[in-house]
Design a protein around this ligand. Structure first.
Ligand SMILES: Cc1cc2nc3c(=O)[nH]c(=O)nc-3n(C[C@H](O)[C@H](O)[C@H](O)COP(=O)(O)OP(=O)(O)OC[C@H]3O[C@@H](n4cnc5c(N)ncnc54)[C@H](O)[C@@H]3O)c2cc1C
Length: 259
């Protein structure tokens, strides 16, 4: 069973508004108990307008109390933390527009059974603070697909899938569990360290590289054990457009891996 985390969030997908960074997640904090976030999420279809995920950190246990106090009181609280977010709160007419996200942390010991593989959040869920859930699910799928392509023996493929993902999943789950309280908790000390220590470390090499690797999921090479490689993943922090696609028809192998 997942361990429920104290904090979750109200989320809404809203129309994009100027004045925010179209290429970055922006968040405003007060310690780790208050947080407002604006995340560009693109367009639902090519002809549609750009959209933002707008979110407000809160304990699911407090959600009914917040609703009882009324929408205007909630909006005023959000705008008091980040006045420009009035551009988003003004698009919300009812609590019905907000999804209450509850976060849970769990890791399956063995994400496979008899002729059954479990991938993604079902195998390992956590809070989204490191923003790696989608990557982890895709890596699981890649590992499973690669293992199945290399043998006709299902049991062997499932064993290979579970083994090749084990360490990357374990490291990420441990990082996420230990770092989440710096961003969502009632602690005053952890956010103080975050703002002082991490802000300073983020400017001194190898601090930027370590932090970039944490949020890119590359603290340990996610591809080598699977037997795949994405060329130039260590350069992921420089620019997404710098990444070189593999030549057509060629599948990356561990030999391509820089690790
Ligand atoms: C609020 C929030 C913010 C997040 N932000 C980020 C982020 O910025 N970056 C990031 O990488 N990750 C983020 N994540 C995590 C990310 O969304 C998940 O890790 C990822 O979606 C997991 O993919 P999945 O395919 O395993 O599960 P899901 O995306 O949950 O897909 C499971 C699917 O199965 C369907 N389903 C469930 N039960 C059944 C059933 N019985 N029959 C048929 N279908 C069923 C569900 O409807 C769903 O469509 C966030 C998560 C949340 C909740």
């Amino acid at each position: 069973m997942p361990r429920s985390l104290a904090y979750g969030a109200f989320w809404a997908s809203l129309g994009w508004r100027d004045g925010f960074d179209e290429k970055a997640l922006l968040q405003r904090y007060d310690k780790a108990s208050i947080m407002v976030g604006v995340l560009p999420i693109g367009r639902p279809d090519p002809g549609a307008g750009a959209m933002a995920a707008f979110f407000w950190s809160l304990k699911p246990a407090d959600a009914e109390q917040v609703k009882a106090a009324g929408l205007d009181a909630w909006k005023a609280r959000v705008v008091s933390v980040w006045p420009q977010c009035e551009a988003f709160t003004s698009q919300i007419d009812s609590f019905e527009q907000l999804s209450l996200a509850r976060y849970g942390h769990h890791t399956m010991t063995l994400p496979a059974g008899r002729r059954l593989a479990v991938i993604g959040d079902a195998a390992h869920s956590t809070s989204p603070q490191l923003g790696q859930g989608a990557n982890m699910a895709l890596l699981d799928a890649a590992a499973l697909s690669h293992a199945l392509a290399r043998t006709g023996d299902i049991d062997e493929a499932l064993e290979t899938y579970a083994r090749t993902r084990r360490w990357h999943v374990r490291v990420f789950q441990a990082l996420s569990l230990s770092l989440t309280p710096f961003y969502q908790s009632d602690s005053a000390v952890l956010p103080f360290l975050r703002d002082r220590l991490v802000a300073a470390l983020a400017k001194v090499p190898p601090g930027p590289q370590i932090l970039a690797a944490m949020v890119a999921g590359t603290v340990i090479n996610p591809f080598r054990r699977i037997g795949l490689a994405e060329l130039q993943w260590p350069a992921a922090g420089s620019s997404a457009t710098d990444r070189m696609p593999l030549p057509a028809g060629r599948r990356a192998t561990a030999a391509d891996s820089p690790d």
